[in-house]
Design a protein around this ligand. Sequence first.
Ligand code: ZN
Length: 395
Amino acid sequence: MNFERFYENLNKFGKIGDQKEKGISRLAFSKEYYESIEMLDEYSRSKGFETKQDKVGNLFITYNPMNADKFLLIGSHMDTVKSGGLYDGAMGVIAALEVIESLKDNNITGDSGVIAVAFNAEEGSEMGGTFGSRTICNRNNLEDPELKNKISNYNLEVKDLEDCIINFNKIVGFLELHIEQGGVLENNKMDIGVVDGIVGITRYNITIKGEANHAGTTPMNLRNDPIRSLPEVINKLFGIASKYTHPFVMTIGDIRVKPGMYNIIPSEVEILIEVRDMLQDNIDEFFDKIKKFLENEIKDFDLVCNVEKPSVLLDKEYMEIVSKSCESLGYNYQVMSSGAGHDAKEISHLVPSSLIFVPSINGISHSPKEYTTPEHLKKGINVLYQSAISIIGGK
Ligand SMILES: [Zn+2]
């Protein structure tokens, strides 16, 4: 491992789109995104690796000295959110690049080749998150007319997405190194998080109904004002949520009052709720309890489910390999779930996949303040490298 080279590359490729105090913006499909991919491509070819860019902007960098017909895939995403940081995504891509450079430097060969991958559009875009990895896994609904519409904005057709689909019979597994984006590892003074699963996400809207009327002429006792029930509903949501343990989380993302004028008693209040947990039963039970409460106390309401993405359990054998790598290197690690979706979630549906976390200082991400110490980055890459060698049977 050459940590100096990793750090130099992270700063070179990961800072494309840097707007200084406004952070790094390298949005999916943007000029900055493609600039970073082109530079990475050029750098990798100059180092003697074979590279390939697909039609949705994913980049594959191949190390295959033995001409193996199977590959271990390692990587993460190169796109960022608007005003993001240096580490979310890019760190995992550059770490994967460092792994294949080190394998090459040390003449390590195994039963499979290794492909470092930089995915496009992992962060939420109009196509939804993890678009690049979803596309190579053939996990888009290619019949969806809305998808057709959306990809046409990027000069893409369904045929182009089909061309990106990878034959996963040739892929032995996937490893992703990523920042934790939470404060658990730092809080527990851990070096590494070995992720056992990615939480499911369910989103509901509650609409409390009332009756719009004139705010000046309608006496207080003759109003049907849905705002009045709001504190009770919010208290109930937090009260029930507090009965569950981490990683269960409940967020009220927005409260929309309609029509939303000074001089009109609102006709309805809409509450946007997201719940995440590893156990779908908990999520379902939470919303059942909310529904019962609304039926008893609020009466005139709508409760509508908008999103239900199931949780995913990651491969036990790969977790074991990563844990053993931590042990052999003498690092502290803990098994934990991920509260955020990642490229590994898509790929885990097809091949054994592992997600490895390094601590985020103060749990901050999606911000210019995002930071992981060099010491933890080094440990993360060492674990990635060791795990890759174990998986390919490297010698
Ligand atoms: Zn990310």
